[in-house]
Design a protein around this ligand. Structure first.
Ligand SMILES: Cc1cc2nc3c(=O)[nH]c(=O)nc-3n(C[C@H](O)[C@H](O)[C@H](O)COP(=O)(O)OP(=O)(O)OC[C@H]3O[C@@H](n4cnc5c(N)ncnc54)[C@H](O)[C@@H]3O)c2cc1C
Length: 560
């Protein structure tokens, strides 16, 4: 008989594991599904740290954290959700510490906090520059301790709705082959972001937006999909992240003339302005010929070898391995790269979506605490706080719900669709389409966006979709068929690209990550202080809008 659980969490990164732990602690029978081993989830790559107003480095409080987040979001964040994040963050960080997270310490033994961009106080708790790695090990330990079952190396493909509620998922078993139905009274999506839409990205190969598209295909709404954040310091040419922690420690950004060019863009905050501001400054320098081979330079040399080795050891290693540069002696070549999706599945502050029984938390979700621009350190905090909240609510709802099973017909339909795909013997292989999509996104939907480029991108994606309809999976095998899963991931990515084009064209203003300096250079609160919403209907993305929740902070001019 098919498996069935109270709560099924799809995704075992920080959001998914935190949700599963909470659901378990609330008495639910919970299981995790992950296409890669939990500790290999992309959360493990997080470097710089996690934001909570602990006040260990200087005076801080939830109100200041919330204000910084609202302003950083260019006023597009929902302030009720932001207030929850900032008021619950400290307790969540202490809990991680009590579970064994080895945060770096102050001289007097408290959790150390470093300054991060656009933060009014040093607020980012860190474990050197391997914070994500530390946290993912700690949560995995808690999952193992509770003996929470993990459907490890299962590729979730289709969410299933029955009788007006989500009843589980159909997944491909990567190790043994074959489709499996897993029923659940409540299902939590925690599948992470979609950075792999882009050629230049800090995201791992697994970040293909699967959960966003699975929800979209079930008729759910995606919010603020145009809001893809470009991180200012990604290593040239690979796109590997160089943490904001470097600038938190005092690193400079220099142009080809050796000038700290941020003095002209963000004279007060300089290298610690928000990410959107710095990425635009860098791109402007590069476009106007003051870059070096498409890069600017991140200079750590004045921090000294001792501090670099102590606090930025991983960064040094990445620079040496991937760019052949030792930052103790030479500046690191960096450029803006696609990093984080502020948009995602529309949820309320408990992670609930519009479909009963379906939740989303972490980068797959848009709750929305990041609005048009996320502050560094807030994503990890969001995974923990909103993962916990989703787990709690999903467990509570599951207690009162009847046993849920995936209807036989849903499994049969999925099998028939897969058989058709695997049955094709001629056609184009997926990788070429995936590569062209990533290039097209990079060129046409980058740091600066132009109307004609977004329209062109729409036409390119349409052409790629036509080719995708004839895609061939050459590997017909059952075991570790990555040819198959990459084809399915490409389908997810193409749908998301369409959603981004529609949302990007509709937002005729410049706000946060969505910069349109050539036609709509200013923020337009009168017409666009609202979220874009996309749902899939009649074979394509349909646009709608949703108001922003404002509690305390009225929109104001945003300078750094
Ligand atoms: C290089 C890098 C550094 C970062 N550093 C920081 C930082 O210092 N501070 C900060 O706040 N934020 C940082 N971020 C952002 C932050 O790390 C992420 O937003 C966050 O970790 C995402 O966590 P998640 O749990 O939502 O998703 P992930 O950790 O990406 O986990 C996704 C999970 O979903 C599973 N999954 C996906 N699709 C499927 C499918 N179809 N079937 C089954 N399972 C599936 C995966 O196997 C995985 O287990 C960084 C991001 C990057 C890329």
């Amino acid at each position: 008989m098919e498996a069935s659980h109270d709560v099924l969490v799809i995704g075992a990164g920080l959001a998914g594991m935190r949700a599963a732990i909470q659901a378990f602690d609330e008495g639910a029978d919970v299981a995790l599904v992950s296409k890669i081993h939990p500790t290999r989830s992309h959360s493990g790559a997080a470097e710089g740290g996690i934001n909570a107003p602990l006040g260990n480095a200087s005076e801080d409080n939830p109100e200041l954290h919330a204000y910084d987040t609202v302003k950083g979001a260019d006023y597009l964040g929902d302030q009720d959700a932001i207030e929850i994040l900032c008021s619950e963050a400290a307790q969540d960080v202490y809990e991680l510490e009590h579970w064994g997270a080895v945060f770096s310490r102050t001289e007097d033994g408290r959790i150390a906090q470093r300054p991060f961009g656009a933060a009014g106080a040093p607020r980012t708790a860190y474990a050197a520059d391997i914070t994500g790695h530390v946290l993912i090990q700690v949560l995995y330990e808690q999952v193992v301790k509770r003996e929470i079952p993990v459907y490890d190396e299962f590729f979730a493909w289709k969410l299933v709705e029955d009788g007006g509620r989500c009843v589980g998922v159909v997944a491909w078993d990567l190790v043994r082959g074959g489709l499996r139905a897993i029923g659940a009274k409540t299902t939590i999506l925690a599948t992470g972001g979609a950075g792999r839409l882009y050629a230049g990205t800090t995201n791992a190969y697994a970040c293909t937006g699967d959960g966003m598209t699975m929800a979209l295909r079930l008729g759910l709404e995606l919010e603020d999909m145009e809001m893809m954040q470009f991180h200012p310091t990604t290593l040239s040419p690979t796109g590997v992240l160089i943490t904001e922690g470097c600038r938190g420690e005092g690193a400079y950004l220099l142009n080809r003339d050796g000038e700290r060019f941020l003095a002209r863009y963000a004279p007060n905050a300089m290298e610690l302005a928000s990410r959107d501001v710095i990425s635009r400054a860098e791109q402007t320098e590069i476009d106007q010929g003051r870059g070096i081979d498409g890069d600017v330079m991140l200079d750590l040399r004045h921090l000294g070898a001792e501090r670099i080795l102590e606090a930025l050891h991983g960064t040094r290693e990445l620079s040496m391995v991937f760019a052949g540069v030792d930052p103790i002696y030479d500046p690191i070549p960096v450029r803006p790269g696609a990093h984080y999706h502020m948009g995602g599945v529309d949820t309320d502050v408990w992670g609930r979506t519009a479909l009963e029984g379906l939740y989303a938390a972490g980068e797959v979700a848009c709750v929305s605490v990041h609005g048009a621009n996320r502050l560094g350190g807030n994503a990890l905090m969001e995974t923990i706080t909103f993962g916990r909240r989703a787990g709690a609510d999903a467990a509570e709802v599951a207690h009162g719900a009847p046993v849920a099973r995936v209807p036989e017909s849903a499994l049969r339909e999925a099998e028939a669709e897969l058989a058709e795909l695997l049955g094709r013997s001629e056609g184009e292989r997926p990788w070429k389409i995936r590569e062209e999509l990533a290039e097209a996104m990079q060129v046409n939907f980058g740091v600066f966006r132009r109307e004609e480029q977004m329209l062109e991108l729409g036409r390119i994606v349409e052409g790629l979709r036509e080719r995708y309809a004839r895609v061939v999976v050459e590997d017909k095998g059952e075991v570790f068929n990555s040819d198959l899963t990459q084809a399915l991931e490409l389908g997810f990515l193409l749908d998301l690209a369409d959603c981004m084009v529609v949302s990007g064209l509709a937002r005729k203003e410049s706000r946060g990550a969505h910069a349109r300096p050539y036609d709509y250079p200013d923020r337009d609160d009168e017409n666009f202080l609202k979220h874009t919403i996309v749902r899939w209907a009649d074979g394509g993305p349909q646009l709608d809008w949703k108001p922003v929740t404002i509690t305390k902070w009225q929109p104001a001019e945003r300078t750094y």
